[in-house]
Ligand binder design. Structure first.
Ligand SMILES: Cc1cc2nc3c(=O)[nH]c(=O)nc-3n(C[C@H](O)[C@H](O)[C@H](O)COP(=O)(O)OP(=O)(O)OC[C@H]3O[C@@H](n4cnc5c(N)ncnc54)[C@H](O)[C@@H]3O)c2cc1C
Ligand SMILES: NC(=O)c1ccc[n+]([C@@H]2O[C@H](COP(=O)([O-])OP(=O)(O)OC[C@H]3O[C@@H](n4cnc5c(N)ncnc54)[C@H](O)[C@@H]3O)[C@@H](O)[C@H]2O)c1
Length: 463
């Protein structure tokens, strides 16, 4: 058995881990980065998450734009469009995967292929498939991400055996499904619903919640639901999935509704998208005293320190919001602990979010209901099609959606916003900046913005 000493060992090639590893190595420290699979060099985001799915989103939107009447598109044509999108996606991720390896390697990070397990507070064993390797370090960063939740649903089915797939496998289907049932209408379910429906797949989204977009303000949820229904997506809510049964040709989902039990949907494939749980399996955490939260995440304080001194946890595994940019922000905190003043923390975060639909749906800050609990709230809201000072969505041919701001009547500060429009994934960051730095609604309205841009919408909606 070989044994090597390092300044830091990173478990898992996530966004936080790779960034800390490269910066530490660049500053002359000895860093080991352990990744379970070469297919995951660079982590979830670039290999199976954000980047590949957004590549599919863009390809799907372009396909739909080129074929406004999907009813006139043959299956063969749509299938070719889907397979071309898949191949572009695969080329992009292969390039990014290898670029990530190159970047870490060239910075002097020691990369280990294998599954990592803590064997002591300063010791990690790597199962490489051959002889295990032991690594030792003063500091350890757990960055093992999350894994799909496999719900306890009766029937003859198994995830990724055949026709019931997760968010990774659905990106590699052998052809465009004619029909797809998606169990779970969160960001993953909704983004794939939008992608597949743009190629003409008949999509049904089944969710336990009582309405689609249940985490959004009701008025916003209603508009977004109508837009997606217009793409041919059906929503089945308050659904309790009783059983899933797959065979070689199809999959049957049996579900109950409050008003009617014993309903059945038959489709080519089922996408299970009921959430992702922190990936702590087999890490040996309990043995070395690293505590978990009730929800199975690695328990950390605001400095991302676990219950064992010298061991940190960053990204999805620590139970924070599951976004790449949160993992990126986590890296700042851990790096500050390791090389800085140890002052950075998770306090005061303003976290925008976007679901990449067509148009994208972005939010930041409080919902209307929570805002009203503590503030006198002025709501300003405008449909995108009615915003005269914002011609860009019209130029791009998609003036769907709305802008909604919740403003504190006394201070004029922005409490929350929902932007459901072209470019919302960019616009929301400007609103987040305003919230974080207490720029008032009037100050934002009075800014000079380029033309024709989407940001101009703020001049009119807030003005
Ligand atoms: C389909 C999909 C779409 C998404 N879209 C977006 C989006 O648009 N925007 C956004 O911000 N977020 C998105 N997310 C979420 C985002 O991808 C994650 O929040 C982010 O990638 C988490 O990064 P991380 O640093 O926690 O670790 P990850 O990037 O998940 O990396 C963890 C790594 O650890 C490895 N690993 C696990 N266990 C071990 C072990 N024992 N030993 C060694 N290695 C191990 C894994 O193989 C993996 O490579 C999406 C997620 C999915 C699934
Ligand atoms: N654009 C983005 O930023 C983006 C995109 C994709 C994923 N993500 C991240 O990935 C994480 C996981 O996404 P997700 O959509 O899988 O999870 P989620 O937890 O956000 O949503 C899961 C959905 O499944 C439903 N559900 C749960 N159990 C069910 C059951 N048994 N039957 C029917 N419905 C059920 C829930 O009501 C919920 O609507 C998200 O938290 C998000 O942070 C982000």
């Amino acid at each position: 058995m070989t044994s090597t000493d390092f300044d830091l060992i990173v478990l898992g090639w996530g966004k936080a881990g790779k960034t800390v590893a490269m910066k530490m190595a660049a500053s002359g420290k000895q860093v080991a980065l352990v990744e379970a699979s070469p297919e995951m060099y660079g982590g979830t985001c670039i290999n199976i998450g954000c980047v590949p799915t957004k590549s599919l989103v863009v390809a799907a939107e372009r396909f739909q734009a080129a074929h406004p009447d999907l009813a006139k598109v043959t299956y063969e044509e749509a299938n070719l469009g889907f397979l071309t999108a898949q191949s572009q996606r695969n080329q992009l991720t292969a390039k990014m995967n290898s670029a990530n390896y190159g970047m870490a390697d060239s910075k002097g990070v020691h990369i280990f292929n294998g599954t990592a397990k803590l064997t002591g507070p300063h010791e990690v064993s790597v199962n490489t498939g051959a002889e295990p390797v032991t690594l030792r370090a003063d500091n350890i960063l757990i960055n093992t991400g999350a894994t799909p939740v496999v719900p306890c649903i009766a029937g003859d089915w198994q995830l990724n055996r055949g026709r019931v797939v997760d968010s990774t496998q659905v990106q590699q289907l052998p052809g465009l499904p004619r029909s797809l049932v998606i169990i779970g209408g969160g960001p993953i379910g909704l983004e794939f619903a939008s992608i597949f429906s743009s190629f003409g797949t008949k999509v049904s989204v089944l969710d336990a919640a009582d309405k689609p977009f249940s985490r959004f303000d009701e008025d916003v949820a209603a508009v977004a639901t109508e837009v997606l229904k217009g793409k041919g997506i059906s929503f089945i809510n308050s659904a309790k999935v009783a059983a899933v049964n797959e065979d070689a040709d199809q999959v049957k989902v049996s579900y109950d509704l409050p008003e009617k039990e014993g309903n059945v949907l038959v489709s080519d494939y089922v996408l299970m998208a009921v959430g992702r749980r922190p990936m702590t399996d087999g890490l040996g955490l309990a043995e070395v005293g690293v505590e978990l939260t009730e929800r199975g995440a690695v328990k950390v304080d605001e400095y991302l320190r676990t219950s064992v001194p010298g061991i940190y946890a960053a990204g999805d595994v620590n139970g924070g919001p599951q976004f790449t940019y949160i993992s990126y922000d986590d890296h700042r905190i851990v790096l500050d602990q390791l090389l800085g003043e140890g002052k950075k923390s998770t306090r005061g975060r303003v976290v925008p979010a976007t679901i990449f639909l067509d148009p994208p749906l972005a939010t930041v800050g409080l919902s209307e209901q929570s805002a009203r609990e503590h503030h006198r709230v002025k709501v300003v809201r405008k449909d995108i099609a009615q915003i005269a000072a914002m011609p860009r969505p019209k130029i791009l041919g998609n003036p769907a959606g709305l802008m909604k701001f919740l403003i504190d009547e006394e201070t004029d500060l922005i409490l929350g916003a929902t932007l459901y429009c072209i470019d919302a994934q960019e616009l929301i960051n400007t609103v987040a900046l305003a919230i974080k730095h207490q720029i008032t609604a009037t100050q934002l309205a009075d800014m000079i913005f380029t033309h024709p841009s989407s940001t101009e919408g703020f001049n009119e909606v807030l003005g």
